[in-house]
Design a protein around this ligand. Sequence first.
Ligand code: C2O
Length: 535
Amino acid sequence: SITRRFAFHVRYQNVTRLCSTKVVPTVNGQVPGPTMYMREGDRVLVKVNNELHDKNITIHWHGLKQVRTGWADGPGYVTQCPMKPGTSYTYNFTVSGQRGTLWWHGHNNWMRYTVYGAIVILPKKGDRYPFPKPYAQIPLVLGEWWKASMDAVLQQLRQTGGGPNISDAYTINGQPGDLYPCSATERIVIPVKSGKTYMLRIAGATMNGEMFLSVAGHKLTVVEVDASYTKPVEMDYVLITPGQSMNVLLKADQPVGTYYLAVRPYIAPNINLDNTTATAVIAYEGSNHAATPAFPTLPAINDSVSANALSRKMRSLASEAFPARVPLQIDRHLFFTLGLAIRPCANCTLGGRLSGVFNNISLELPKTALLQAHYFRKPNVFVTNFPDNPTSAFNYTGRPPNNTMAKSGTRLSFLPFNSSVQLVLQSTAMVAPENHPIHLHGTNFFVVGMGLGNYNASSDPSSFNLLDPPERNTIGVPMGGWVALRLQANNPGVWFMHCHLEFHTSVGLATAFVVEDGPNPEDKLIPPPSDLPPC
Ligand code: C2O
C-alpha cells in the first residue's frame, strides 16, 4: 500500500447541457469531477481548495469506512464545519477492508448538484477478484441536470414548502444522451470488442431519482454492491438509488452492432412523473456508430415489484476470504419509522412545509459540528435521547397519523463501543408513500430482512438471513414496507444517517449515531487534524 495524493480545486466553470449554459461549481473544471483510483490499504490525502468566492463546501467520501478518522468523513455540521471561500482542508484516511466502486460528493446544502465523482478501489496488488478478471473497467456515474441554478432550485423549495422541480435530464458521466431535446451530441460511447467481458462500475449520484438501468440485448451480472462482493446475480436490469453503487459484468456476446444503455427513474407512486431516459451507447468494434442503437426493455416507472427484486436476490459473497460478519447477539434493538410530515409554515405558498422525520423527529443541524461537540464535550449542542422506538404506536402503513406530532431537534442515539445493533426501518404513509434510500456513514450494515406492510417483531425475525445477507451503506426502504439492518458499532465517532434523496436530507430526514471510544488506544477516534475548518 502507498500514499496517494489528490488535489481538488473547487471552482466555477461554464458548463453547457441541453443547449443551455450555466456557471456551476466544479472540481478541477469537470462535471462529474475526477474519478479517483486507489487500492485497498492505501492511505489517501485529498487537499480540497475552496476557490468559490461565495459558497462554503465540504466533500464526503461516500461509503468509505472512516476507521477512527471521522474528521475526514465530510458531512457539513456533522463531522466538520464547511470550508469557507479561499480556504482548504486535507482529508486524510486509509482504505481499510474495502474494494469496489464508491463515489465522492459535496455534502453541504445541495452542493452535490454538480460536485461529485467516482471512486474506484482496486484490490491489493496480487489479490484477485472472486470472478474472472474483466477485459476492461468502465466507471459510469449517474447524475441529474437542471438548466436552473442550484440557488434557483433551493429558492423554489423555500418559497413553496413542497418538493423540488424535477430535473431537466438524468445523466451518465455528465451526459444526458441523445434522447433529450437538444442533446444530440451529448452522449458517451462505450467501445467494446466481441466476446470480451467488461466491468461497469456504476455509482448512483442522482439527486432525487432512483434509477432503473438496462442494456439492450445484454444480461447484467451483479458481483459487488457498495464496495462489498456479492454472489453473482444475473439480471435484465438493475435499480440504483442515490447513494448506491455496484459492479456489474457485461459480456459482449451479441451480434456486432450498437446498443443503448438506458437509465430511467423508478417513482412510486406517480408523483412528479418523469419518464425521461438518459442513454449511453455500447458500440461493438466494427459496428456503424451512426446507426440507431437497439433500445432495452426497462420496468415501468411505478413498478415497485421490479424495484425491490434486486434487493431481494442480493446475497453477500460470504466466502472464506470475504466472510460476512453478521452480529448474531444483539445488544440494542432500534425501531425507527421514517417518512415525510407536513408542518405549519407562515410564509410558504403551499401553507405547509414538507419535513422529513425518523420517529417523528426532524434533524436540525447545529451551527458547530456534532463531532467536534462530542470530542471536546461541548455542552448544549446535541442531546443523546433519540427514542429507540416510536413515541406513540400507530398503524405505520395505514391511514396517515396526526402529523402535528413531528418535532425538530438535535437528538442523537448513543451507542457504547462495539455494541451490536439491530435497526428496523419502517416506512410510513404519513404523506406520500415512497422508497427512501437510507444511507449510513462510517460503517456498513447487513440487510438481514425486508418486507412489505408493518414489521412484525414476533414473526418477521424468523425469516432473517443471518448467513449471507448483503453488506451495504445505502438501502432502499420499500414504499410502505420495512428493512432490518444489523451492524457492529466498533468505529468511534459521530455517524450521519439520512435519506439520500437530496430533497429529503435537506428537510431533516436524518439523524446521527454517537459511537463512544473503546477502552484500547486502537479503539479511539484520532485527534482532530490542525487544519480542520473552524466553525
Ligand atoms: Cu452520500 Cu451523507 O452521503
